[in-house]
Design a protein around this ligand. Sequence first.
Ligand code: TXA
Ligand code: MG
Length: 310
Amino acid sequence: MKTYQSKIKKAKNYLDNHYCIGVPTETVYGLAANAYSNNAVKNIYKLKKRPKSNPLIVHYHSIKDLKKDCLLNDSFIKLYKKFSPGPITYVLDLKRNSKISKMVTNKKSNLAVRFPKHKIFRKLLKELDYPIAAPSANISTKVSAVQSSDIVEDFGNKVKYILDGGQCKIGIESTIIDLRDKPKILRLGGLEISKIEKVLSKKIKISINPKKKISPGQSKIHYSPGIPLKMNIKKTKIDEAYILIKKRKNHLSNYFYLSKKGDLNEATKNLYSCLRKIKNKGYKSIAVEKIPNVALGKTINDRLIRASKF
Ligand code: TXA
Ligand code: MG
């Protein structure tokens, strides 16, 4: 318990001094900085090599804190009550007097906000007097980090501190919903759309591939393992890594399994580590068998499609 407290104290100290640190969330690790500080947020973009036009998600501990920066509406309250803290991000209108850095929003008047569930990160958020801007803790366009060693792999000692919270439980980014007007899904993620539709009692438009990009995370080349990837493959050569949804009796050395028995939650959790592992083993290409396009399988397929655009 004591080390827990001292880790949080250390993390707070870095953040108070405008440094970026790694933080655990239930979805993926974040590269965190004080969302009210231009200098701190600038560092995020520099470290990630992220275009400044791509806005950041801001993480809050409570709705009370959020009220200082955003205008809330009925749909938000309904979804918040059911799913937050958890893997959902809401796009809301910013208040005029909000202190959120212009670097976070690319000078726009809306903000993507999230209430992460990871215990240690929540404890840290509670102790801060500012919210946390945090994109996924990976170099831009690459696969997100789901454990602290992934951050070290991408950034070396450029990230001064990582608050280690073990492996991420969900393993894929949050679902993003724009709630400014008619609710609209901007990114598939760790929360299934059908669950959101149930709470709002209506079908929700999915706008993940619009001609005009709203979320730059929708850009085609994203979540790239750095080597070519093909989907819906039935057979492979032995020198190509083959990702399978469940374990096979006739195992071959190039087989990599996302889950034991085809469980989609387990598969989601393992997806990014699996891609990293294959790359690090020196494979030059990846084939993936057909992943069922249901529940979180839809999110897995969304990421694989983008990964395949490399
Ligand atoms: O699970 C997550 O959401 C993780 C953890 C760390 O919270 N964060 C994450 O952040 O995935 P990032 O920056 O890797 O992806 C956020 C996506 C980007 O595609 C960005 O373009 C979009 O959210 N975004 C951010 N602010 C937005 C806004 N105001 N309107 C529309 N899209 C926004
Ligand atoms: Mg990202």
